[in-house]
Design a protein around this ligand. Structure first.
Ligand SMILES: *Cc1c(COP(=O)(O)O)cnc(C)c1O
Length: 340
């Protein structure tokens, strides 16, 4: 009963090494569900890559990468806030770098932990966290300043990065820690500023070689259903003859949680409309493929398995078979990762 990620390990690692050689100063990012691989696996891979620093999302994730053997520095990307006990404890850890994004937090930390290692985050066009770029603090007391953090939107602009870097370095010399610049733009910036540069990469590093990844589910059961018969928790009636195919993978794995996706193209909007029509008829397209086609859910997925609907006289699949499943790697937890 397994939702499985099959990983071509050599190909995956070759991609990481190729990317890192193109992006000097790479800082691997291991956060959340570990991009589908788990934080422990990413911590071990990062140790193999030989980088000196690893970035995690939040204070609570530091222990996981340490337990997995990561010995280098750890940057916590989420900014420190008063009252965050886990983050405050880490201010005493000489191998942890804390992100500061508000002037009042800077004051609080320099009072309570005057020798903490800190990065200062600058507000970008993303407007998530950060100190206003026109009012950056120059005075840091005895804090160990590790550099400036610039977290750009998904397709970060070189112009914005350059302008923020200029303001930051005018205020105080230090390393620039960037996110979401293209490899080419990062190369331009790196050679045009008089400061060390670092590039935090998660998605492109871990998920940048999709051909190395295969995600599959086991078929656990198949049941013949006649038109008009009731089925599932909700006992809805089948409108046609067909089959229920029970596959591993449910809400516990993060399957079909329906997180919104950004919709830029007409095609994406059309897909959403098509899916809504399906939903209006009581069916939602599942991420599972049987016989070369994505199949609808027979009902909303359960904790560990999903009931799929295959109309017709043949289920097109057997119990025990693996079926392809597409998923968002940042929300899926696999039962097993198989290295091939
Ligand atoms: C999550 C995160 C990253 C990595 O983002 P990807 O898109 O996965 O590469 C980089 N920088 C910051 C500040 C982040 O929070």
């Amino acid at each position: 009963m397994t939702l499985r990620l099959t990983l071509a390990h050599d190909e995956w690692r070759a991609h990481q090494r190729a990317l890192i050689s193109e992006v000097p100063g790479t800082v691997p990012v291991a956060k959340g569900n570990g991009y589908g691989f788990g934080l422990d696996m990413l911590a071990r891979e990062s140790s193999e890559l030989g980088t000196d620093t690893l970035a995690v999302g939040m204070a609570q994730e530091v222990a996981a990468v340490r337990t997995a053997g990561w010995q280098g520095d750890v940057v916590v990307l989420n900014p420190w806030r008063p009252g965050d006990v886990a983050a405050t404890t880490l201010l005493d850890d000489p191998r942890v770098i804390t992100m500061i994004s508000r002037s009042e937090d800077l004051e609080a930390v320099s009072r309570s932990h005057p020798h903490a290692r800190v990065q200062l985050e600058i507000e970008t066009s993303m407007h998530r966290h950060g100190l206003p770029p026109n009012d950056l603090p120059a005075e840091l007391g005895t804090l160990r300043f590790e550099g400036w953090s610039i977290h750009l939107p998904a397709k970060g602009s070189l112009h914005e990065a350059t302008e923020l870097a200029r303001r930051a370095l005018q205020c105080r010399k230090g390393a620039l820690w960037l996110s979401h610049l293209s490899v080419a733009d990062y190369g331009v910036l790196r050679t045009s500023v008089d400061a060390p540069t670092r590039m935090r990469i998660g998605t492109r590093l871990w998920l940048g070689a999709p051909s190395a990844l295969a995600t599959t589910a086991d078929v656990l059961d198949i049941h013949r259903i006649r038109r008009g018969e009731r089925l599932g928790y909700h006992q809805s009636r089948a409108r046609r003859d067909g089959f229920i195919v029970v596959a591993s993978g449910g809400t516990a794995h993060g399957i079909a949680l329906g997180a919104p996706v950004p919709q830029r193209s007409l095609r994406q909007r059309a897909v959403t409309i098509a899916e809504s029509v399906l939903e209006a008829t009581g069916r939602t397209l599942s991420p599972f493929t049987i016989g070369g086609r994505k199949r609808p859910f027979a009902e909303p997925p359960h904790m560990h398995s999903s009931m799929l609907w295959v109309a017709g006289d043949e289920p097109g699949v057997e119990v025990g078979q693996d079926i392809p499943m597409t998923c968002r790697m940042t929300t899926t937890t696999f039962d097993e990762i198989t290295l091939v």
